[in-house]
Every structure is written in structure tokens, then in C-alpha cells.
Write a protein that binds this ligand. Structure first.
Ligand code: PTJ
Length: 262
């Protein structure tokens, strides 16, 4: 399929460009077919939030980076959608926080694992965990493909970043004592609610912001990082995100009729 060049003045250019990245990722075997649908759900929530990073998402990003910098063994779990959208940022964040990248797929196929591995290596990753040739263990609480984890990665991790995750796995990771961070545009998903820190934002905006914060915060004393994590209240943050979506939506139609900015 030929890549569509979205005209620079198209009002929905940013959203359509992201869509093209996902389609391209699907053609390269990086994104699962179900990943296209998952992306559509994300787009709908992004629309509701105004397609911008709000102050609550920034707070969550800061707390997430602080938790990763404080962790003894942080790990970044990588699936097809995350890899297609932000491979460079995943590699940068991994280096800045000393968190290895681990491929962990819901819709596992060997060719997908290879495609994701290649994309991460091209983005500059020096080491990638979770591949079939590596030692692995299973999470007993889980029945999906994602139960298999790298023995040196998620199995031993204390803090796991799981962007765009399904609820069962998040619940299972919590059940085995992990501190879970997610990026999920749906503040009502089970993943958002079970996680310790949920960043309600599009991964295309949140990942570069996390990289920026990691650069700024990497030499901070642990007391300062601890304060950020301890003062973060996930439940409160999610409730604010839902009310921001409600407010945003309730102004949309009138603003369009009046020609005002919402
Ligand atoms: O690559 P695989 O095989 O591991 O599969 C990956 C998907 C995403 C298909 C799999 O994890 C899945 O089915 O996930 P869910 O259960 O659909 O959850 C994905 C969540 O991510 C949903 O709550 C979406 O709203 C959200 N989401 C989708 N796109 C984005 C997003 N959140 C942030 N940024 C996005 N771009």
C-alpha cells in the first residue's frame, strides 16, 4: 500500500500522520491486525481529551520517570503499537533510566517478534530482551501469550512500564508485586485503574515528554524523586482526566456553531 502524504494544511494532519505510522507498522508486521483496532479506540479517547497533553498527564509523566529512576530493576515492555509509534523515544528512555526494553506480545507471531526487534535495533537499541532465544519464565496468574516473560527482565523487575496494555496483564503484574506504570488514553480501562501510575495521553506525546523529563531529572537526589512518586494519586488523576474529557466534549458543538475555539 502506498503511503498517503497528508497535506500540511489538513485540519487533522497530526492524527492522520499517526494513523499512517500504524498502517506502515502493520505492513511491516510490527503491529498486529488487532493493533489497528486498538489504535482506533485510542484515537477516540484522544479526540475527547482535545489531542493535547494536559497538566495531569504531565504530573503523571514526572511521577513515572521518578519511579523509573528510583527503581532497582526497571523494565520497559514493548508491544507492536508502541514500537511502531515511538521506537526512538523508547530507546532513549531505556538508556536514560537504565530500563531494558523487553518485547512482550499479546498476538505473538515469530515474524512480529523479528520485525519489532529489527525496528528497535535500527532505532539504536543495544540489547533487547524477551526474544524467543532468551531464558524465560511464566507469570502464573496469566493465561495469554503475555504470560511468558524474560528471566532477566520483567521476571526480576520491580518497576515495569507497560504502554497500551491489556487489563489482564496489568492485574497479573500487580498480583506478583510489580509497580506498574502505563500510558493509556482511556482513563477508565482496567489497565489505567490497576496501574500505580497512569499517563492519560497519546504515546506519541507522552514518550518524548518522558525522555525530556528523564534528561532533566536523572541526577536528582532520591528524596526529591521519592516526593514526586509519593505525592502522586492515580485515582484522583484519573477522575480529573474523565472530567476534563466531559468538559471538553460539552463545549465542542457550541464552539463549532459559534465559530469559537472550544
Ligand atoms: O502488539 P501486541 O500483540 O502486544 O498487541 C498490542 C495491542 C495494543 C493490540 C494489545 O495490547 C491490545 O489489545 O490492547 P487493548 O486491550 O486494546 O488496550 C490498548 C489501550 O491502549 C486502549 O485502552 C486504548 O485506548 C489505548 N491506546 C491506543 N492507542 C493509544 C493508546 N493509548 C495511548 N496512546 C495511543 N496511541
Amino acid at each position: 500500500m502506498t503511503k498517503i502524504e497528508v497535506p500540511a494544511d489538513h485540519p487533522r494532519k497530526a492524527s492522520l500522520d499517526i494513523r499512517e505510522k500504524i498502517i506502515e507498522g502493520h505492513e511491516k508486521n510490527i503491529v498486529a491486525t488487532a493493533g489497528l483496532l486498538a489504535h482506533g479506540r485510542g484515537e477516540a479517547f484522544d479526540y475527547m481529551i482535545g489531542e493535547a497533553t494536559n497538566a495531569e498527564a504531565m504530573d503523571a509523566c514526572r511521577a513515572a520517570v521518578a519511579a523509573m529512576l528510583l527503581a532497582k530493576r526497571p523494565v520497559i515492555s514493548v508491544n507492536g503499537n508502541a514500537c511502531a509509534l515511538v521506537p526512538d523515544e523508547l530507546v532513549d528512555l531505556s538508556e536514560l533510566t537504565n530500563a531494558p526494553l523487553e518485547i512482550n506480545l499479546f498476538y505473538y507471531r515469530p515474524e512480529r517478534e523479528d520485525a519489532i526487534l529489527q525496528a528497535l535495533l535500527i532505532a539504536g537499541a543495544k540489547e533487547v530482551l524477551g526474544t524467543h532465544d532468551r531464558p524465560s519464565e511464566t507469570i502464573p496468574e496469566l493465561s495469554s501469550n503475555r504470560r511468558k516473560v524474560d528471566s532477566e527482565g520483567i521476571a526480576k523487575a520491580d518497576v515495569v512500564l507497560v504502554p497500551l496494555e491489556d487489563g489482564d496483564r496489568t492485574e497479573a503484574l500487580k498480583a506478583i508485586g510489580k509497580f506498574v506504570i502505563t500510558i493509556d488514553l482511556n482513563p477508565m480501562s482496567r489497565t489505567s485503574v490497576y496501574s500505580d501510575i497512569t499517563i492519560v495521553d497519546n504515546i506519541v506525546r507522552a514518550a518524548p515528554l518522558m525522555v525530556q523529563y528523564a534528561r532533566e531529572m536523572k541526577d536528582w537526589p532520591s528524596e526529591k524523586l521519592n516526593t514526586l512518586v509519593a505525592s502522586f494519586d492515580n485515582r484522583k488523576n484519573l477522575n480529573i482526566e474523565v472530567s476534563l474529557m466531559r468538559d471538553h466534549l460539552s463545549h465542542q458543538i457550541d464552539a463549532t456553531y459559534k465559530g469559537d475555539e472550544p
